[in-house]
Design a protein around this ligand. Structure first.
Ligand SMILES: Cc1cc2nc3c(=O)[nH]c(=O)nc-3n(C[C@H](O)[C@H](O)[C@H](O)COP(=O)(O)OP(=O)(O)OC[C@H]3O[C@@H](n4cnc5c(N)ncnc54)[C@H](O)[C@@H]3O)c2cc1C
Ligand SMILES: *[C@@H]1O[C@H](CO)[C@@H](O)[C@H](O)[C@H]1NC(C)=O
Ligand SMILES: *[C@@H]1O[C@H](CO)[C@@H](O)[C@H](O)[C@H]1NC(C)=O
Ligand SMILES: *[C@@H]1O[C@H](CO)[C@@H](O)[C@H](O)[C@H]1NC(C)=O
Length: 532
């Protein structure tokens, strides 16, 4: 008698889902009846390459974070995706070693004596956190309190000899250092997605792993990675436009009716699919949406489980941090067509943190609050007309609600405050507040159109990526990864499996974390069926 093929349904055609599908298919060929259900009308999920103003940009995942051991780097190399491409792509030309750091009001901060030391301080503090050498003051579990305490110590003990270079006394050294430190904190908001870095669990930082080597982007586009994974599957495996809304499963004590597959999946178009195993790869945001709600019965924005997910799973979903990060792309042009274009600098912005002291801040009032935690504005490669800024937390969410005109006005006011002579001239040197100076350039910086990501409002994501909050621990990421039903003796086994970036203890929030999680869950099933 030919054994019936085990039915495996994978929910989500992002990095995790496609990696799992690819692994299961290549390892077993026809052993399984394999289907990927994707709610959206494209594959890739939080990987999404697009075009803007003639350049290739990334709306979601951007970097291969360390080429040293990255499986994504290996895939990109195999597929020859890193070499030159037919059009220009977002690449930042690496991170420049000499960014132009400007303080609100428009004076260039001395890199060697002021910006550099704060940068070094901040990075050594984060290195300590990463290597487990950071301790919380007063038992505060957050990254924020730790950084602030160390910053205060630094200011109390450093010799206040550095001259701000600001001749009209708009900035004291303390103020300027505060602005620079806050700017570094804002980079941590975008790295982590936490609205407030006080909510980042300090001891969990030491569990996060980085790969060695350069951080690079993918010339032919990040989407080519997922397209490659999908191309290895038999035609018809991926079903687009099918949103899962309800999962019925057997929690272990219920009897199975007539040996039918234990999992029943109901989609928003009323299609019903039975499966032996389902691998859920939707974002933590989607899992949080319905978490613990009783009444909605599959009519909510997330996925309804019947019976409800066990407490350990619901609690882990509830505790883990989940935030919003968005990217804003801006197309620029020079004031007049005859002007030759000069490269826009890699501009780092030190906002004045002293909101009350606005008397002497000429531009403060015009800059909207939602720009004030953005750390930089820079071209997507040297000489590009397209500028990029990253937003996190409340500011990122708010950005999604604005219309293009309002965004352009807000960024315009910001550029006017930081590059007061933008569109005409700006000083690229150690300028003073009153602006003398040497090497003068003309960047084209009038913004004509914008494009931004909207990860929070998109019902298929409801945010950007996960972090370990002060209410949670690395253990929660492991609990996220545990299949259901729990326990060795509960049958049928491995009904619901979980993959996705928020299920990886040491590489969460990344594409390679999602990749590893897909491999992990595919291997769990392959092992269960004794395939190697
Ligand atoms: C702005 C931004 C920048 C980033 N930058 C980087 C970076 O530089 N480097 C890096 O490594 N990572 C980066 N990331 C993170 C990276 O993109 C993600 O960690 C990774 O792509 C997640 O993959 P996944 O498969 O876990 O989830 P997803 O990509 O979210 O895939 C889940 C899929 O499930 C689908 N889905 C949702 N609900 C349902 C449903 N009910 N039924 C069926 N399907 C459903 C979704 O449409 C989606 O396609 C970034 C993310 C964002 C948002
Ligand atoms: C400046 O700050 C004061 C409070 O100190 C506030 O009342 C005033 O509205 C602020 N002005 C602007 C233009 O923001
Ligand atoms: C802002 O808008 C004004 C008026 O349109 C324009 O003159 C100026 O160049 C703009 N500044 C930037 C930085 O785009
Ligand atoms: C923070 O994370 C660490 C490491 O995972 C863990 O030991 C600690 O218990 C966490 N804090 C809380 C409140 O869970």
């Amino acid at each position: 008698m030919a054994a019936k093929k085990a039915k495996i349904a994978i929910i989500g055609a992002g990095m995790a889902g496609l990696t799992a599908a690819n692994r299961l298919y290549t390892a077993s060929r026809d052993l399984f009846d394999l289907t990927v259900f994707e709610a959206g009308h494209r594959i890739g999920g939080r990987i999404m390459t697009a075009d803007f103003a003639g350049d290739r940009i990334e709306i979601g995942a951007t970097w291969i974070h360390g080429i040293g051991e990255s499986p994504v780097y290996a895939l990109a190399t195999e597929q020859n995706l890193l070499e030159e491409s037919s059009c220009n792509w977002e690449r930042m030309d690496g991170f420049p070693s000499d960014p132009l750091t400007v303080a609100e009001g428009g004076f260039t901060v001395d890199q060697d004596h002021i910006a550099g030391p704060i940068w070094s301080l901040f990075h050594s503090l984060m290195d300590d956190a990463r290597t487990g050498h950071a301790t919380s003051p007063d038992g505060d579990p957050g990254v924020g309190a730790y950084l602030r305490r160390r910053f205060q110590q630094y200011q109390a003990t450093r010799v206040a000899s550095a001259d701000t270079g600001c001749r009209d006394n708009t900035w004291s050294l303390e103020n300027l250092e505060e602005a620079l430190f806050a700017m570094e904190e804002c980079t941590q908001r975008t790295y982590s997605s936490a609205d407030d870095i006080s909510d980042l669990n300090l001891s969990a930082e030491s569990e996060y792993r980085d790969f060695p080597g350069n951080h690079i982007t993918i010339a032919k586009g990040y989407s080519r990675i997922v397209e490659h994974l999908a191309s290895g599957l038999p035609p018809g495996t991926i079903h687009l436009g099918q949103r899962l809304r309800q999962v019925e499963w057997c929690s272990g004590d219920g009897a199975l009716p007539d040996g039918s597959p234990p999992v029943r999946l109901q989609f928003s178009d009323e299609t019903v699919v039975h499966a032996d195993h389902v691998i859920v790869t939707v974002s933590l945001g989607v899992l949080k949406a319905e978490n613990g709600k009783e009444s909605e019965k599959g009519n909510g924005i997330g996925i309804y489980f019947d019976p409800a997910l066990p407490d350990f799973k619901r609690e882990a979903i509830g505790r883990l941090g989940w935030g919003v990060v968005n990217k804003l792309f801006m197309e620029t042009e020079t004031e007049t067509e005859t002007e030759s274009r000069v490269a826009f600098p890699f501009l780092r912005m030190a906002f004045n943190q002293d909101r009350e002291d606005n008397g002497s801040m000429r531009y403060a009032s015009k800059i909207p609050w939602w720009v004030r935690k953005t750390e930089s504005i820079c071209p997507i490669y040297s000489g590009s007309r397209v500028l990029l800024a990253w937003f996190a937390g409340k500011e990122a969410t708010h950005l999604e609600s604005l219309d293009d005109e309002e965004i352009i006005r807000g960024v315009n006011a910001t550029l006017d405050a930081f590059l007061p002579t933008c569109g005409a001239k700006y000083a690229h040197s150690h300028a003073s507040c009153t602006g003398t100076e040497t090497a003068v350039q003309k960047p084209g910086c009038r913004i004509t159109s914008v494009k931004r990501s909207r990860w929070a409002t998109d019902p298929l994501f409801l945010g950007s990526y996960s972090y370990v909050s002060t209410a949670s621990s690395g253990d929660d990421l492991d609990l996220m990864a545990e299949p259901l039903p729990r326990g060795k003796n509960t049958v049928p086994r491995l009904q619901i499996l979980f993959a996705g970036e928020a299920t990886h203890r040491t590489h969460y929030s990344t594409t390679h974390g999602a990749y590893y999680s897909g491999i992990r869950e595919a291997d769990r099933l392959l092992q269960f069926y004794n395939v190697n």
